[in-house]
Design a protein around this ligand. Structure first.
Ligand SMILES: NC(=O)c1ccc[n+]([C@@H]2O[C@H](COP(=O)([O-])OP(=O)(O)OC[C@H]3O[C@@H](n4cnc5c(N)ncnc54)[C@H](O)[C@@H]3O)[C@@H](O)[C@H]2O)c1
Ligand SMILES: [Zn+2]
Ligand SMILES: [Zn+2]
Length: 339
């Protein structure tokens, strides 16, 4: 079968691979869609920490179930996606119902070879029913589940002000689930065109340009002086993360979905005064995947909005580098395979 291997940073090479055979406890998926995310782009750039090459990228996947062992709940032929975070099942996190932050986690397409292939073997426990959604929709469930998980961690209540910093694909998902939870969303980004996207496509009423000299004052005005009770980072920028502590209302929660390599620092007295809560949010669970699917099915999210670029599998190696160029305005590039 055809595979596309990231052999070294900057190099994607089509190679013939061995079609996987069914093994106990696993399932074979005929891949139909591969969503491209920041992790894939950074891995290609060579800026993704703890990344080994060669690696087959791709973890936002949808396809047809070919064969399955170890569960009678899934039918060969049905459309599926799967939870690409393979967990150990016995560590403290797994035992506490938090497989998303398993101490021995292996993420498909990151720590293990992923979905830029015609056929992929995945653990049967990771399968998720397609529920009548299209392959495009199913390939978008994983990135949206990241946002759904962050909002669930935040425990957003109806009527709360939720400040979402970073309007990339992850931040957009955060905004959608904040809205679905009944929150009033404020989007903050340094990129004007991404803020326009929030206003026009996601109907986010309040957007603030992060480079403005009066961000704090604008947030105060929008929230009637209260400031946001939920602040969420979806930038992965150390500067943005450190800076956002000052945007927290008294009693607020600050959730870090974005990830960076440095050390966070903030004023302890300011944080104490607010009785702030700081949380990280890693990956997502089955509950989040199901929430995303239900929200798509009920029409609360129109996922096709996110897809700005489409290519066939054979074109990926030619197009990939162009998706890194901000001038091309990529929100979500979607690859079709086995058409
Ligand atoms: N929690 C998880 O499990 C998980 C999963 C996937 C991605 N992530 C992380 O989420 C983050 C966002 O991912 P993405 O794919 O949407 O990234 P992206 O780069 O497409 O989007 C980031 C956005 O942040 C904006 N930004 C950058 N600096 C800013 C600043 N100082 N102030 C305001 N806005 C700023 C950028 O303009 C951009 O629109 C990354 O750090 C990524 O690693 C986390
Ligand atoms: Zn991703
Ligand atoms: Zn575990």
């Amino acid at each position: 079968m055809q595979t596309l291997v990231c052999t070294t940073p900057g190099e994607l090479t089509y190679q013939l691979g061995i079609k996987p055979e069914l093994t106990p406890g696993n399932a074979i998926i005929r891949i139909r869609r591969i969503g491209i995310c920041g992790t894939d782009l950074h891995a290609f750039e060579g800026t993704q920490p703890y990344f080994n090459y060669p690696r087959i990228l791709g973890h936002e996947l949808a396809g047809e179930l070919v064969e399955v062992d170890g569960t009678s709940d899934f039918e060969p032929g049905e459309a599926v996606t799967f939870i690409p975070y393979f967990n150990c099942g016995h560590c403290i996190a797994c035992r506490s119902g938090k497989p998303n932050c398993c101490a021995n986690l292996s993420v498909c397409g990151v720590h293990a070879d992923g979905g830029m292939v015609e056929y992929l073997s995945v653990p049967s426990y990771s399968l998720v029913h397609g529920n009548g959604l299209s392959f495009d929709e199913l390939a978008l469930v994983e990135p949206l589940a990241i946002g759904a998980h962050g909002i669930r961690r935040a425990g957003v209540q109806p009527g709360e002000w939720v400040l979402v910093i970073g309007a990339g694909p992850i931040g957009l998902g955060v905004m959608e689930f904040a809205r679905i939870a009944g929150g009033n969303v404020i989007a903050l980004d340094i990129n004007e065109s991404r803020l326009n996207f929030c206003r026009n496509r996601l109907k986010v009423e309040h957007t603030v340009l992060a480079t403005a000299p009066d961000v704090l004052e604008q947030l105060a005005a929008i929230t009637n002086g209260d400031m946001p009770t939920v602040v969420i980072d979806a930038t992965g920028s150390l500067r943005a993360i450190n800076n956002a502590f000052q945007y927290m209302a008294h009693g607020a929660r600050y959730i870090l979905i974005g990830l960076q390599k440095g050390e966070i620092s903030f004023s302890h007295p300011e944080f104490h005064k607010r009785e702030g809560t700081l949380m990280s949010s890693r990956n997502a669970t089955r509950q989040d995947f199901e929430h995303v699917i239900t929200s798509m099915k009920s029409g609360q999210i129109d996922p096709t909005t996110y897809i700005t670029h489409r290519v066939a599998f054979g074109q990926v190696s030619d197009e990939f580098a162009s998706w890194l160029n901000p001038a091309n305005g990529v929100i979500k590039a979607m690859v079709a395979i086995n058409e």
